[in-house]
Design a protein around this ligand. Structure first.
Ligand code: NAD
Length: 342
């Protein structure tokens, strides 16, 4: 019998990483997944509670910047694939204090690449972002467009993105880089626009909308993002970058009104607030490169956004503690420092 493929998913307790782990187990019977996650405020092991008793799922609380724990994982589990989702991911927080961003989003990538150099892997997937290109007035960025990150989050992500490429170019590591647009779906920490606005609307709290609400984002359903990553892993060319777009560009005010409509709340809940400093006006990706390999989205925006809003409406037990602050106390008790849950 052939060996089960072993995936190391870093940052797997966060929004996209946990969706990706669910996707892997739904798609494949015979795999093993090691989830290495530091459990920052954004990491929530409850996102994967349904896998608790699955012997092929291993959760390890740890930091990707810790070479000892990363090397131990390579030695013990001999992974085939590593998909690096681990990151500080919220632009607003990076404007407040960038240190953790530079540490995790750049130095952490270095630690993972060094372990890959030492132990080997079939594929190293660096999850990057459309934000590395910066803002665009018209048209869309291709993978050849220059990088012009405009805030500490996107700058540190650009560092990790290019560092991963450099390990392909210098040491021939099997690196592929993906750059996706704004994701939405279940399990997103309620500080990001869609879950924040849905949950605020449900609580009849104001929806704080930046500036004039005219900033444009391209929305990608997280489940489509997962299939695209897997597609790039299996079919992508080493050393290449693949854009992953949602194909649903929208002004923030439009999506805000849609959320109010779907939650049955009035537009008077919209509260314009001072714009984010250095706010990128528009992101837009040309995704013809990945599509030319054969990948396509499976979900229509309107169906997926309805499903997403419905998920938050049905799962108050998931997001209420995150918004109340009880959560941090709760999981510090559940997962004290040094916890390794095999
Ligand atoms: N959310 C989006 O719209 C979007 C779009 C494009 C790309 N991305 C990228 O996708 C990845 C995942 O994003 P997300 O929205 O799921 O983020 P998230 O903030 O929900 O999750 C990040 C996870 O990484 C973990 N983590 C943070 N620092 C760590 C460290 N030093 N070691 C180990 N684990 C650590 C956190 O505990 C958390 O579980 C990030 O790399 C992000 O840059 C996100």
């Amino acid at each position: 019998m052939s060996k089960k493929k072993v995936y190391v998913v870093t940052g797997g307790a966060g929004f996209i990483g946990s969706n990706y782990i669910h996707f892997l187990f739904e798609k494949y019977g015979q795999i093993k997944v090691i989830n290495l996650d530091k459990l920052t405020y954004a990491g929530n092991p409850e996102n994967l509670s349904s896998l608790k008793n699955n012997p092929d799922y291993v959760f390890i609380k740890g930091d990707i910047c810790d070479s000892k724990i990363v090397n131990q994982i390579f030695e013990e589990y001999k992974p085939d694939y590593l998909i690096n989702f681990a990151a500080e991911s919220h632009v607003d927080r990076s404007i407040g204090d960038a240190e953790d961003f530079i540490r995790t989003d750049m130095y952490g990538v270095y630690v993972l690449l060094e372990a890959t150099r030492k132990y080997g892997l079939e594929r190293f997937i660096q999850i990057s972002t459309d934000e590395v290109y910066g803002s665009i007035e018209s048209g869309s960025f291709t993978e050849e467009s220059p990088l012009k990150p405009g805030n500490p989050y996107s700058a540190s992500k650009s560092g990790g993105d290019r560092l991963a490429y450099s390990y392909f170019n210098t040491y021939q590591l099997p690196v592929i880089i993906t750059r996706a647009s704004n994701n939405y779906g279940p399990y997103q920490y309620p500080e990001k626009l869609i879950p924040l606005f849905v949950t605020n609307a449900m609580e009849n709290k104001p929806l704080p909308l930046y500036g004039d609400g005219k900033n444009v984002r391209d929305w990608l359903y997280v489940k489509d993002h997962c299939t695209a990553i897997e597609y790039a892993l299996k079919n992508g060319k080493l050393g290449e970058v693949y854009n992953i777009a949602g194909g649903s560009e929208m002004e923030n005010i439009e999506i805000t009104k849609l959320i109010l409509q779907l939650t049955g709340k009035k537009e008077s809940l919209i509260k314009p607030v001072a714009d984010r400093i250095g706010h990128d006006w528009r992101y837009s990706l040309d995704e013809s490169k990945l599509k030319s390999l054969g990948w396509n989205q499976e979900h229509r925006f309107i169906d997926a956004i309805k499903e997403t809003v419905g998920w938050y409406m049905k799962n108050e037990d998931w997001w209420k503690p995150l918004k109340s602050g009880e959560y941090l106390d709760y999981y510090k008790k559940q997962y004290p420092e040094g916890t390794s849950l095999a």
